[in-house]
Design a protein around this ligand. Sequence first.
Ligand code: IVH
Length: 691
Amino acid sequence: MTTPDLFAPDDAVARRLADLRQTLHTWAHQYYVLDEPSVPDAEYDRLFKELQTLEGSRPHLITPDSPTQRVGGKPLDAFAQVRHAVPMLSIRTETDTTAAGAENFDARMRRELGLSDADPAIEYMAEPKFDGLAMNLRYEHGVLVQAATRGDGETGEDVTQNIRTMGQIPLRLPPDAPAVLEVRGEVYMRRDDFEALNTRQRQKIAAGAKGEKTFVNPRNAAAGAVRQLDPAVAAQRPLSFFAYGLGEVTAPEQGGPRWDTHQVLLASLKSWGFPVCALVKQAQGAAKLVAYYESIGRQRETLGFDIDGVVYKVNNLALQRQLGFVTREPRWAVAHKFPAQEMLTTVLAIDVQVGRTGKLTPVAKLAPVFVGGVTVTNATLHNEDEARRKDVRVGDTVVVRRAGDVIPEVVSVLLDKRQGNPEPFTMPHICPVCGSVALREEDEADYRCTGGLFCSAQRKQAILHFAQRRAVEVEGLGEKLVDQLVDAGIIHTLPDLYRLGLSALANLDRMADKSAQNIVDALQKSKQTTLPRFLFGLGIRHVGEATAKELARHFGQLDAIMDASEEQLLEVADIGPVVAHSIRTFFDQPHNREVVEQLRACGISWPEGSPAERVSTPLSGKTLVLTGTLPTLAREDAKALIEAAGGKVAGSVSKKTDYVVAGAEAGSKLAKALELGVPVLDEVALKQILL
Ligand code: IVH
């Protein structure tokens, strides 16, 4: 059918409108519910636009189930109260997180139904317990007329405007749906949607937006969205839905559906366009319920959404009716919870722990709390910024989260429970383990202990670094051995390594005499080293092999390096303020100097040179940049000649460049040299200097 013109008779326009709505409903269902888009977004947009235009010309033909009506409501002052036609019940909760939780339920059902051991297993439906909020969707003659929250079970709030904005919720049902149908299910937010939403919120806050906040978890975000008074805002919040039950439905006697089991009922809901979770399974008897509980428990972390347990329901609806209700809970269903992943507890102290690389991590010491299946007494605050953002203080009541194998973390503080005015947390500027200065560098989130070799928390790492092949190389000294030596208290500092006797080594677990002798030999061998290897081995932050070589060449002797000021260090090619500062800070720690002295006293030695300035190589201390093709020298050869003459070859031209050596087809580097006034040499001039 083609688009009628705007002056066409009402009935022609109405037919086209119906046609457009039907097509758009189908596409939306494929996109939002089945996750199988059938047309490009642009095609959907095109028809949507046509529908909007036509409806704009005939407002009296707009129907509440039109896709254009998903967003369009005006902000409300408050939600209207809705009395539920059928009360929204709660569900009995089984908190025993062992198999007994399921077994007790099955035993109770068998007892209530008067079954003996000889009778067959009861058939159940097992479903995830979605962690969102319950919703009642009322359809009359196939059109969504009302969406209401659970409220107290008797009376909820009318949130139709907001729920309409959800693509997963059908606005209109196929013709075989009953005249009155109330579908119940859970509105929730997917984890990825939640993360994306919080990222957007953080950006808004950073841009100075007022009244915006981030959300603690997907459930809170979903609840906030459903209770938005402005549907335009709600429409921006990505909500999802799973159907799991019914409210009022036209009775079979009045032509309504006649279902035998919960399972077929769910199949009908699915056929009418409602999302039904694919994890819903039939299960016979207690053993299958237990298997389901354990299987879903294992998948919990990898699901796209939060669940807090599973729900078991007697499948047969006649048996459900027979079992009936106790007060406000059906007898035929139970929620079997998983261990909670979030719990409240109080902060006893805030400690700072030092990691293997010197990273300082603020850690909240907690009153013991059972969360995520274990007792938690520590929770990470990650770093200074996170600790400040969450503003955790001693004495606070906090939400602690432990999900899967992830380290427990403090999610948020319950500010209204704060007593008095405890001190805000401040990150210490000295290492709590060794007392060395702790530094946080620009653009980095973490403070790091500068104690290096002296800091016990960093000792293992430091020893391995020192012993590695590119440093002094102690063959056979691997991670396991270092762990053993440090844990047994045999090695406290790096020099202790060289005081190791054969017997101390041979006494270690799983250490044969031969291996012990090999280590002793390797240690002996490592004592003859070079200054660059030794310097690199010290593990000074930012001092890699290349910088170590540069330092050795520039200063010639270790004492000169240890005593150099930051200004003097800056004179070394390729050393900038960050590296200079790091070297200075390292050697300002008396413990580090002591370690160096002791290593020397243990016999570590290297051939010391004289400072580069006094070495009469023609290019000592000079930085050159090669560009273009030289007439006779290949680039590698030119580089080798320059380095042999004490010079250094850098990749880019700066004010610190001493010469640019230019050949044929030199480009931007030559231009830069000319711009900065850096002397330019050709191959002949270079060779003259090298002579
Ligand atoms: S059936 C009469 N099935 O759990 C039984 N409820 O107290 C009605 N929930 O807030 C509930 N997942 O929103 C049922 N698969 C599921 C569920 C589920 C989550 C929520 C429900 C309600 C609470 C029950």
